[in-house]
Ligand binder design. Structure first.
Ligand code: CTP
Ligand code: MG
Length: 584
């Protein structure tokens, strides 16, 4: 039996997944050290930025004395220089902290998502388009990173720049608080409204992007079909429509950004603040240096104004992305791993008891299927296309779960087996064989990563694959193209058989219904399959008459029901449907 661990048993700290904000916060708070560095950097940066106008104001006052006091100028200049160098260091801390936080979260979220995706049931994966998943796993995860750096970095930076004039203005006159406080209030109110308007638009931007991606990946996946049917233009047309949707969403976002009133607000604050200061000056409550210092303080508001148009968009986009990632991870996952279940060695007895099955979104596919196979026997499953053969065998290793009745392996309901133990002792060679874009030897050893080269070669020999592998320049180290496209159907099938030989499962399931190959290869495959069937329970879906003939039990499936069952001789006598297969 294979000892490869099932990927989905990996345990990780569980983050709060009840809402996007909480989820992001639960990730961020894993890194308090970085957050504190970011906050200190941001506060220090703003405080030292405020020092400049204050010192300049003082310098003016020294110069405007009846007898100008130039002796203060040099120390002031040095002080400004020194504080600004320190400010640079703090700014670095802030930016570095935000970048570090963003990158770490990106990595963690990616891990969390990958683990979650591998743990999902086939029902989930067969309904979820790969392109959309890819968009979420790449771009949306990236958006969450950008939300921290530059997004939240600048939001926190701006916050302290808004606070500084409020802290420093009373130094000149308490009444001067009016302008910066009013600015802060209106700014935050406008911001709340802005974010609310932006939310559905950001969602639309992310969603339309995901859709464009899933369509693109589908037409690239099926590019052979697209070209074969000369449908390139139609596909391009569809892509253009999708791309236009993405563009429109982005434009709507830009439009909303452009309407944000921050700049207007800033202009008003500068004008109102200056007027106020001049009135106080006329009344003799302020002197020239103080007016200049205050004006400099107000000028600090241009940083939050400038960054606000895009920093908050970044945050909004990040939250939309976080929602999409969460939605995918939280989507119902009805796969029960049953780690406490039966994990013993399998003998290989299989029994179907009144099994009924339907796909979640479709009608009934199988009805009342019952049969029993002793360990080590071979069962041939035959029937017309769409009869339900593939669906039937996929129930054995719980790729899907039965809707009615039950399936017993060694007398134990498959749902009572430990899922990893069940699957690692059942090898399934699918109708549509998937190979990874890795070397041939890695592909063969997929179910048993520790296998030596000698073991891999022995498996390939048994599967009649050694010969053709040797014809490649790099032999077993040849990297096959994505989805195994550089190999023929017959070659792929033999690699899959070699994979099965290596894991040495108790139960082998071979879905061989659509392969059509030349007779020389056919002969090799025939031999490989009968070798593979030796000593293990084998469920064989096939159209090859010679294979059907030597099966211990033949099950004829018709429209999801067992139409006939028995060995070749019996069926030739009793079943018209079966006899018809051989007459054709
Ligand atoms: N089906 C479905 N959803 C899937 C797979 C199949 O609704 N994800 C439906 C098909 O439309 C079909 C029925 O289930 O009507 C049986 O499909 P399958 O078991 O794949 O049929 P096979 O007998 O394996 O057909 P073939 O010989 O063509 O492989
Ligand atoms: Mg099939």
């Amino acid at each position: 039996m294979s000892n490869s661990p099932a990927e989905f048993t990996i345990q990780r700290p569980v983050f709060e997944r009840s809402g996007a904000v909480r989820w992001v916060v639960s990730h961020a708070t894993q890194h308090w050290g970085i957050i504190i560095m970011l906050l200190i950097g941001a506060f220090g940066n703003a405080a030292l930025a405020a020092v400049v106008p204050l010192l300049v104001g003082d310098a003016f006052n020294a110069m405007l004395k009846p007898v100008a006091d130039t002796s203060v100028l040099l120390p002031l200049a040095l002080l400004i220089g020194g504080t600004q160098i320190l400010r640079g260091v703090l700014q670095l801390g802030r930016n570095f902290g935000a970048e570090l936080l963003g990158q770490r979260l990106e990595r963690e979220i990616r891990d969390e998502m990958y683990i979650s995706l591998l743990g999902k049931s086939m029902t989930f994966h067969s309904l979820q388009p790969v392109g959309d998943t890819m968009a979420r796993a790449t771009n949306d995860v990236r958006e969450v990173n950008l939300m921290f750096s530059p997004g939240i970095n600048l939001v926190i930076g701006s916050f302290f720049f808004i606070i500084m004039p409020i802290l420093a203005a009373p130094r000149y006159h308490p009444a001067l608080l009016v302008t910066p406080v009013a600015f802060a209030i209106v700014y935050f109110l406008a911001l709340v409204r802005y974010l609310k308007t932006l939310e559905p638009i950001s969602d639309e931007v992310r969603a339309s992007f995901g859709e464009m991606n899933s369509h693109l990946s589908e037409s690239l996946d099926g590019v052979e079909t697209v070209k074969g049917a000369a449908q390139e233009n139609a596909e391009v047309e569809k892509f253009i429509v999708n791309a236009a949707r993405v563009r429109d969403a982005f434009i709507r976002q830009g439009d909303t950004e452009a309407r944000f009133i921050a700049f207007l607000l800033y202009g008003i604050a500068i004008a109102a603040g200056l007027t106020h200061a001049l009135i106080l000056f006329r009344m003799g409550l302020l002197n020239t240096g103080q007016v200049i210092g205050y004006f400099g303080l107000l000028r600090m508001l241009d940083f939050p104004t400038f960054t606000s148009t895009w920093a908050y968009t970044q945050v909004s986009m990040g939250l939309s992305s976080a929602r999409r990632i969460l939605e995918l991870m939280n989507r119902e996952n009805n796969l029960d791993q049953n780690t406490a279940g039966d994990a013993g060695a399998m003998r290989g007895e299989i029994e179907f008891r009144n099994v009924g099955f339907g796909y979640p979104d479709g009608s009934t596919v199988l009805e009342n299927v019952s049969f029993r196979v002793k360990p080590g026997r071979t069962v041939a499953i035959v029937g017309q296309t769409g009869a339900g053969k593939t669906s039937l065998v996929k129930l054995v290793n719980r790729t899907y779960d039965v809707s009615n009745g039950k399936i017993l392996v060694d007398g134990v309901d498959v749902r009572d087996w430990n899922l990893a133990a069940l699957r690692s002792q059942i090898s399934m060679i699918e109708q549509d064989i998937f190979l990874f874009s890795r070397s041939i030897s890695d592909n063969i050893a997929f179910g048993r990563p520790g296998a030596t080269r000698a073991q891999v070669e022995a498996a390939a020999q048994a599967a009649q694959a050694h010969e053709f592998i040797e014809t490649f320049d790099q032999g077993y180290d040849t990297v096959i193209g994505e989805r195994g496209v550089t190999l023929s159907g017959g070659q792929r099938q033999r690699l899959a058989l070699a994979r099965a030989f290596l894991t040495d499962p108790r139960v082998l399931i071979l879905d061989d219904s659509t392969s059509a190959i030349d007779s020389a290869t056919e002969d090799k495959i025939q031999r490989a399959i009968s070798a593979a069937a030796q000593g293990r329970t084998t469920l064989l879906i096939t159209h090859r008459l010679s294979q059907i003939r030597w099966a211990d039990l033949i099950i004829v499936i018709r429209k999801g029901k067992v139409a006939a069952m028995g060995n070749h001789e019996e069926l030739m006598k009793t079943s018209e449907a079966y006899a018809r297969i051989f007459r054709e």
